[in-house]
Design a protein around this ligand. Structure first.
Ligand code: UDP
Ligand code: MG
Length: 139
């Protein structure tokens, strides 16, 4: 059965352009409940760790630089079928390919600066949530 939680970040471009509130409103309107939330900034070491799964990809160096370039908002979200429903809500990685009305279509600047992160599996939702929040069993 699909899990009930996913993990998201509002990325530096969306924080910089003052879209935290608008993005959280979309998330709430789509039926997600915020279980944990943190405004913080990654340094390049922690951004590199978070995206370690992509370290062989050509965009990794730039991605780490971008994700440590400014503050982010990290959050754990709850909803039935959370991972898949959240991926639907944010749209494709490349905002040019994201469906109209999705968060990336509305707020992303580029394939790199694409406004939000969303976990791609139940297992990664727990790993990524644990990266920012301790005592996850509380949630
Ligand atoms: N990314 C990039 N160039 C690419 C693909 C991805 O800069 O060609 C960045 C982008 O910020 C993306 C992140 O790397 O959100 C992680 O990539 P992934 O393929 O996991 O996309 P996502 O799951 O975020 O849609
Ligand atoms: Mg991904």
């Amino acid at each position: 059965m699909a899990g009930k939680v996913t993990f998201t970040m509002i990325k530096p471009d969306a924080v910089e352009s003052n879209n935290i509130g608008a993005i959280l409103q979309k998330i709430n309107e789509a039926g997600f409940r915020i279980l944990a939330m943190k405004y913080t900034k990654l340094n390049s070491e922690s951004a590199g760790q978070f995206y370690a799964v992509h370290k062989e990809r050509p965009f990794y160096g730039d991605l780490v630089k971008y994700m440590s370039s400014g503050p982010i908002v990290a959050a754990i979200l709850e909803k039935d079928n959370a991972v898949a429903d959240f991926r639907d809500l944010i749209g494709a990685t490349d905002p040019a390919k994201a469906a109209p009305g999705t968060i990336r279509a509305l707020f992303a600047k580029s394939i790199e600066a694409n406004a939000v992160h969303g976990s791609d599996s139940d297992e990664n939702a727990l790993i990524e949530g644990s990266f920012f929040f301790s005592q996850l069993e509380r949630f």
